[in-house]
Design a protein around this ligand. Sequence first.
Ligand code: PLP
Length: 352
Amino acid sequence: MTRTDIRVEQTQHSRLADVDFDNLVFGKVLSDHMLVADYHDGVWGDVSIVPYGNISISPSMSALHYGQSIFEGIKAYKFEDGTVSIFRPDKNWERFNKSATRLQMPEVPQEIFIDGLKQLLSIDQNWVPNKNGSSLYIRPFMFATEAALGVHPSISYKFIIITGPVGAYYSKPISLKVETEYTRAADGGVGFSKNAGNYALALYPTELAHKQGYDQVMWTDAREHKYIEEAGTANLIFRIGDTIITPHGDTILHGVTRRTIIELADAWGLKTEQRKVSVDELIQGIESGQVSEAFAAGTAATITHISRIGFNGRDYELPAVETREFSLKVLDYLNDLRYGRIEDSFGWNFVV
Ligand SMILES: *Cc1c(COP(=O)(O)O)cnc(C)c1O
């Protein structure tokens, strides 16, 4: 699909031939083109696809001072026959606009977010790796551009989509520290939105967890630090007894991967629950052997197994990864689906 009103300026200097597709570092290699759209005073104006490159900003640009800045993370895959397919971008588009509304920013129309993305990928389709496990990471983002130091919603915004190839993400099992001092999100706050500030506030507590020997923090609720929320940039899913359980509410980011996994579990006839999960329930379940699987779910790695959880100075070990039937099955299924090896009966693949 092409939008005739998107201006396209093709690069004269493709960097593709210089890319070492066998040694990709996440987020370091960016594709030749980017989509840029400008909003001013109530209207989306110029939309263009241009060579990836620096942009010029004002030092008084309001996003830098007051944080109106949101983003998304999506992946596209290449089938064996060369078809390029984006995984559930409609869900990211919906979530992006929810983030925008909460941050008093304009919504981005489907013609720019989805159709524009498809056009961008058709131009940069050779950047989508075709090796199993590899994919093209897609980063749409929007920020306030008004040059003004007053605290008020910006009158102008920039929406940009950049993309870059990423290699197979063989994520090692991770250890999590139950965080009982610092808080990521409170009721009525912005925990459900993918806004830049949510990641800045996590860096310091995460560094403390690293120093104590853990990979990530496991956030708990702001009020009592009793209920589990999520991990750094991924949602948490547990198998307790025969039920697939994931924390719920507006203090967590509603991940597309989390949603996909719950929908799969439902379709496979498993019992699922989206509800509060207390740290006590988890710890007791680990001790009694009821917790057979625990993993983080997100676009970057799909599933990252959790091997160890630290709480109140004690470590709790989870069962061996090889025994984790459900999460291993999910991973195989989603790999087959996203590379077009099985029928897409859910309608999750958006073919470019
Ligand atoms: C992006 C993100 C997730 C995962 O969402 P997906 O849509 O599955 O990638 C979970 N938690 C946080 C805080 C995130 O930023």
